[in-house]
Design a protein around this ligand. Structure first.
Ligand SMILES: N[C@@H](CCC(=O)N[C@@H](CS)C(=O)NCC(=O)O)C(=O)O
Length: 221
């Protein structure tokens, strides 16, 4: 039995949730709140003091990318070709600091200050603008259309698709869906992944009211 433990948002666990679902293994999606997180932290349940974690019969795996690689391997989402597998890993590791820069505003309590900093992220030289431009170019340059230019969809696509588009769900004040509209390659990429049979099937029960609406085929059309 595998237990994926995270907060009740897509965030850094969603790619692994998809991979676990596609893997066919038995797993439980355990959503915790801040209080439960603090308790787990105090009890020493979290190897690096953070979520997500994946509890397995052999022990706990922490770090979202490690969990994604583990679940992605079972799900057949890691290319057999070593070069392509490394390019998928490169994409995942490359996204780390970018994702971190984009979520620096999450912990800021003051509404005005949070929104002000978020707007800064999306200014021409802001971290979010730089990230979107970089991702857009990578998709444009990909011959296969998949994030890491792999022949088939890989774990890199699960990470890019879930972490990037979730930002525009409307749940993060100051960040609007309209901010994505100039990034044509990213919009095409969204269409490609959201309509991929396994992804479409994974989100078939989701409605436009759900926090996961950004993963639906017509979300940005
Ligand atoms: N590098 C870690 C980062 C995990 C991370 O930032 N987790 C956040 C939630 S998204 C967390 O547990 N924050 C609580 C805290 O830092 O106290 C990973 O990718 O798993």
């Amino acid at each position: 039995m595998h237990r994926l433990v995270y907060f009740s948002v897509p965030g850094r666990a969603e790619a692994s949730r998809i991979a676990l679902s596609l893997s066919g293994i038995e797993w439980e999606d355990v959503e915790v709140n801040g209080e439960e997180f603090s308790k787990m932290k105090k009890e020493g349940t979290l190897p690096w003091g953070m979520l997500p974690i994946l509890q397995t019969s052999k022990g706990t795996i922490a770090e979202s990318s490690a969990i994604l690689r583990y679940a992605g391997k079972i799900a057949g989402l890691i290319p057999d070709d070593s070069f392509q597998a490394a390019k998928a890993d490169e994409f995942i590791d490359g996204m780390g600091p970018i994702a971190r820069a984009m979520d620096t505003t999450f912990g800021i309590q003051d509404d005005n200050e949070r929104i002000r900093l978020r707007k800064q992220l999306f200014e021409p030289d802001g971290a979010a603008t730089k990230a979107l431009k970089l991702y857009d170019k990578k998709i444009k340059d990909s011959k296969s259309g998949w994030a890491a230019d792999t022949d088939e969809m890989s774990i890199a696509d699960l990470k890019l698709f879930t972490e990037l588009f979730a930002f525009f769900s409307g749940n993060y004040d100051g960040i609007e869906k309209s901010m994505l509209m100039d990034y044509k390659n990213l919009l095409n990429y969204h269409h490609k992944v959201a309509n991929e049979e396994r992804i479409k099937n994974h989100y078939r029960g989701i409605t436009s009211e759900d926090i996961r609406w950004t993963f639906l085929p017509n979300a940005f059309e």
